[in-house]
Write a protein that binds this ligand. Structure first.
Ligand SMILES: Cc1ncc(COP(=O)(O)O)c(C=O)c1O
Length: 459
């Protein structure tokens, strides 16, 4: 970092902010990137340099950074009713409208919508609802929840336990009991030699069935999955994987939860990942693009079977004893509702379908690059994974920080992307991105890739 005066934002950041997902020691040396404003798919730092936001922030700012209609919706709602809650039968129209709208949009019938503020709160709520549900229906032993290695479901105690990434467990004393992890459906790394995608999917479904039988089907309550794994590396499962998995779950009366926090609202080229992969979830979690990230809001959707059991149990106990001060916050709800209207009016899914080939094909241009092991993705979400050996698919020693280096070089070239574990560089731009802007992402990334090859070559 260039030396900054003690009263600079950079120096004050280092002195005061404990950053999420950051090497805090290194941060003291390198300092922050201070972002001051945004417009469309671009953000600008405090020196005035512009960057394409290749990850829409954290896979979330779907309408980009200057959508006036969302600003107006928030302002209007702030003037009218800046806060109200939903406990003890209180309500307000923005929350009611939003719940109704979400239900109209989901591809499988959902009965009721519970609001929270983040993806983690939504998936944490799912865990509690699943436990509550099975107590309600008289199956107190049926409590285990299956997640998957490399899944990402958030960072609160239960959601981090479902997350299947070592950095989210290590030294946090996680996972908690009753959360188990099944195979990761990443053919590139976990297929047997010569195994086709179809055979791989069949084997994973058989492993899942064995896991359930070993644990005891009467003890397994639910399975949660992202249609496409996001933060674990943008892992697109084999075409028949979800079909085979769902058959196993149905056989043992195990609830299925689709975590749509990244995939929801157009990301995969359909309104929901549930459509892209033909899923039949009993519950869904949504967040991020629900409000284009302009304000925090998330939701858990439950089908009629789950809702009816929860409702009746709340009557037995006297209350459904769960909820947040800000559940269904009226300003967040108003912004989310406006976001969903914009998606429909501007046919956001149609737009994604038009521009997605440019991203997917553009990045695949680098498949032959000496550092690139796999280019993968669907819709407007993708990853380029860097490997030390293209024939064995072996990753670099994590201590070398090859992915982080590539991310930093991309930043130098005016492109913000994210290096995930295993040196996978992730792309998830605002859904409103133009074809030309996608082209800029691809070109700028190419420069970062060449810089990284030069660095690796000099090791
Ligand atoms: C699929 C999925 N679920 C849950 C979460 C957690 O969301 P949050 O960071 O809002 O708590 C994320 C965040 O990236 C996610 O990708």
């Amino acid at each position: 970092m260039v030396m900054q005066p003690a009263n600079s934002p950079e120096a004050r950041d280092i002195a005061n902010v404990l950053h999420p997902y950051t090497n805090l020691k290194k941060h003291e040396e390198t300092g922050p990137l201070v972002v001051t404003r945004g417009e469309g798919v671009w953000v600008y730092d405090n020196a005035g340099k512009g960057y394409i936001e290749g990850l829409a922030g954290l896979w979330c700012a779907s309408l980009g950074f200057g959508e006036e209609r969302l600003i107006e919706a928030a302002t209007r709602q702030m003037r009218e009713l800046p806060y109200y809650h939903a406990f003890a039968s209180k309500s307000h129209v923005p929350m009611i409208d939003l719940a109704e709208k979400i239900k109209q949009m989901t591809p499988v019938p959902m009965s009721h919508v519970f609001f929270a503020n983040s993806g983690s709160e939504a998936t944490d709520t799912v865990v509690k609802m699943v436990w509550y549900y099975n107590n309600a229906v008289g199956r107190p032993e049926k409590k285990k929840i299956i997640s998957r290695i490399k899944a990402y479901h958030g960072v609160t105690v239960a959601s981090a336990s479902m997350t299947g990434l070592p950095a989210n467990h290590r030294d946090f004393d996680l996972p908690i009991r009753n959360i188990i992890h099944a195979d990761c459906p990443h053919h590139y790394h976990f297929a047997e030699p010569g195994e086709s995608e179809e055979e791989f999917a069949t084997r994973l479904a058989a492993n899942l069935e064995k896991l359930i039988l070993d644990e005891g089907p009467d003890t397994v309550a639910a399975m949660i999955g992202e249609p496409v794994m996001g933060a674990g590396g943008v892992i697109v499962p084999p075409a028949t994987y979800w079909d085979k998995v769902q058959k196993v779950l149905e056989k043992y009366d195990i609830l299925f939860i689709a975590d749509e926090v990244i995939c929801g609202f157009g990301r995969t080229g359909n309104m929901f990942g549930t459509e892209t992969f033909n899923l039949r979830p009993n519950m869904m979690t949504i967040a991020k693009a629900l409000s284009s990230a302009y304000l925090p809001i998330s939701a858990v959707l439950v089908d009629e079977k789950v809702y009816a059991a929860i409702r009746d149990n709340s009557d037995r106990i006297g209350t459904f004893g769960h909820g947040y001060t800000y559940s269904g916050h009226p300003v967040s709800a108003a912004v989310a509702l406006e976001t969903l209207k914009i998606y429909e009016e501007r046919d956001i899914v149609g737009h994604v379908r038009r521009v997605m080939p440019k991203l997917q094909n553009g990045l695949r241009r680098y498949a032959d690059h000496p550092l690139v092991g796999e280019v993968r993705g669907v819709g407007l979400v993708a990853a380029v994974e860097l490997v030390s050996d293209k024939s064995t698919h072996e990753n670099f020693d994590p201590a070398l920080g090859v992915g982080a280096y590539c991310m930093a070089r991309a930043q130098d070239h005016g492109l913000l992307i994210r290096a995930l574990a295993g040196d996978a560089l992730a792309f998830s731009p605002p859904l409103v991105i133009s074809e030309d802007e996608v082209g800029m992402i691809v070109d700028r990334f190419g420069k970062a890739l060449d810089d990284t090859a030069a660095m690796v070559g000099s090791l």
